[in-house]
Design a binder for this molecule. Sequence first.
Ligand code: GYE
Length: 320
Amino acid sequence: MKKSGWIILSLLIVLLFSGCAKTESAENPGFVMGFSQLGSESGWRLGNTRSIQEAAEAAGIDLIFLNAEQKYENQISHIRRFIANQVDIIVFAPIYNVGWDNVLQEAYDAGIPVVIIDRGIILENDDLYTAFIGSDFEKEGERAADFLLEYYKGTTDDIKVIELRGTENSTPALGRAEGFRKVIEVKENIQIVGSFDGDFMKSRGKEIMANILDAGTEFDVIYSHNDMMTYGVIETLESKGIRPGVDVVIITVDGEQKMIELLEQGKVNCVVECTPLLGEKVMEICTGIVNGETVPKEIYSDETVFTMWDDLSELPPRGY
Ligand code: GYE
């Protein structure tokens, strides 16, 4: 072919491809998101996974979903795989709050933006992630304690609290413990008499509750960092003829549909909301980042608290 022929052909090819790119971006954001979910330990987690998958599909984003099955090492290798595959953006819900500096530096060096969802992390260099989307866990702990103070208003009797903590070194466990303590500190008669690592698991909730009863420890209140552990606590209490919500005050965090029903039945006294429905926000923020827009660094969900004193008959289905 003559030189002019080549030029015309190349121009045609360029035009053809730019045309394609345009139609694609009009109907479809056309980018690839790698998402590493930390596990499937709770109804909350399953709701979170569903929310991300549905929102990605609705936005036309290609989602590569990987489940770390509760293992930090798996999440590290997921992120490395996403880097090797040159995805457009990496999203992950980190199981622990530390240990991410190296792998996130690798993503940064590869020019791939990272968005952290649900649990927070501590980094030496915060430039290594572009945005965080999730809950304010300390506020959740404060809301749990606010209920307790209100419940025991005017009482000077000693109130003994047992705490079931979430996964060690996870920000929800740390924040929910800290916020709670900050508020009850002002009340000398309210004391935490036991605090146990329940790893956010129902089986641990059951086991811890059984051990406490066997040991004959006296307590008035159970403050559980998530609904799953609370289901376990309730099962154990009921199996021993103790009435949850009546003989023992129960405070839980998450707000799964099933837990709201237990609140309505009087088996639970307070449910602090923590929403897993982050999907739409995640897609909106990630689309902005991929398009080169500036986005806020920290985005917190609006959350509330449901108590035994509320009329919940109009509450819409929780969706998780
Ligand atoms: O409370 C718990 C889940 O990280 C906020 O993890 C999340 C927590 C949630 O397993 O149920």
